[in-house]
Design a protein around this ligand. Structure first.
Ligand code: FPP
Length: 238
C-alpha cells in the first residue's frame, strides 16, 4: 500500500480503445464501451488511495472529426455512464462534474449531464473524490474563452490590466476551482498531451504506458501512483 506522496489530482488521457477493439475483432464502439466500463475501476482505485480529483479526457475538441457513428456511440456511453453510475457515486460521496463546452452535444445527453451534476452537487456537500469529465474539452479552446472573457472585463472597465497575474488568469479557466494535476497518465504508448490541460500541466509529472485503456487495471493504476510517489518534484528549484 502506497501511503506517502499520493497525488491530490490525477488526470488521464484514456487512449487505445480503437486498437483494443481491433485486436479483439470488434467495432470501435465496442472498444469505447470496454473503455467506459473501465472508468469505474479507476474511480474505485482513487477512492482507495485517497486521491481527491480524477480528471478524464472523454471527448476532445478534435474528436468531432470522427465518423458520425462513433461520435453517437460516445454520446450514448456518456449518457449511460451518467445515468447508470450516478447512484453508486453519490452513495460513495463522489462528486461528478465536467469541464469543456457541452452545448453542441445531443440535447438528451446535455440534459442527463446537467441533471446528474446538479443532483450530485446537492447531495455531495463534502465529497471524498471529485471526478471531472473533460467533454468537448481542448486547451486552445479554453484559452480562447479565457482571453475573450478577460477582454470583455477590460472593455467594460471591470478590471485593471496591471492586476492581471497568474492567479487572475487561473480564475478564467474551466479548472478555476481545482488544483493543477500532479500526475498525468496516458495509456496506449502515445507520448503527447494532445491539447489536454496544457496550462495546468506546467509542473505535472507525466506517466506513459503501452497498456491500452480498456486493459489498464486498478493494479496498473496503482503502479503509476507508486512510481509518482517516488519522484522528486522540484518545481524549478533545487
Ligand atoms: C481514445 O481512444 C479514447 C477516446 C477518444 C474517448 C474516450 C472515451 C471513453 C473511455 C468512453 C466514454 C467515457 C466515459 C467516461 C463514459 P481511441 O479511440 O483514440 O483509440 P485508438 O487510438 O486506439 O484508435
Amino acid at each position: 500500500m502506497i501511503e506517502q506522496n499520493i497525488p491530490i489530482h490525477v488526470a488521464i488521457i484514456m487512449d487505445g480503445n480503437g486498437r483494443w477493439a481491433k485486436a479483439h475483432n470488434k467495432s470501435r464502439s465496442y472498444g469505447h464501451r470496454a473503455g467506459s466500463e473501465n472508468v469505474i475501476n479507476i474511480v474505485e482505485a482513487c477512492g482507495e488511495l485517497n486521491i481527491k480529483y480524477l480528471t478524464l479526457y472523454a471527448f476532445s475538441t478534435e474528436n468531432w472529426k470522427r465518423p458520425e457513428e462513433e461520435k453517437k456511440a460516445l454520446f450514448r456511453l456518456l449518457k449511460e455512464f451518467y445515468k447508470k453510475e450516478i447512484k453508486r457515486l453519490i452513495s460513495n460521496n463522489i462528486l461528478v462534474k465536467h469541464i469543456g463546452d457541452i452545448s453542441l452535444f445531443p440535447k438528451d445527453t446535455i440534459k442527463t449531464i446537467e441533471e446528474t451534476e446538479k443532483e450530485t452537487l446537492e447531495k455531495c456537500k463534502n465529497p471524498i473524490l471529485t471526478v471531472v469529465l473533460a467533454l468537448n474539452y481542448g486547451f486552445r479552446d479554453e484559452l480562447k474563452n479565457a482571453v475573450k472573457n478577460i477582454c470583455y472585463e477590460v472593455k467594460n472597465n471591470k478590471i485593471d490590466i496591471e492586476n492581471i497575474d497568474e492567479n487572475f488568469i487561473q480564475n478564467y479557466l474551466y479548472t478555476k476551482d481545482m488544483p493543477d494535476p500532479d500526475l498525468i497518465i496516458r495509456t496506449s504508448g502515445e507520448a503527447r498531451l494532445s491539447n489536454f490541460l496544457m496550462y495546468q500541466a506546467s509542473y505535472s509529472e507525466l506517466y506513459f504506458t503501452d497498456i491500452l485503456w480498456p486493459d489498464f487495471s486498478k493494479e496498473d493504476f496503482k503502479k503509476a501512483i507508486e512510481e509518482y510517489s517516488n519522484r522528486n518534484r522540484r518545481y524549478g528549484g533545487l
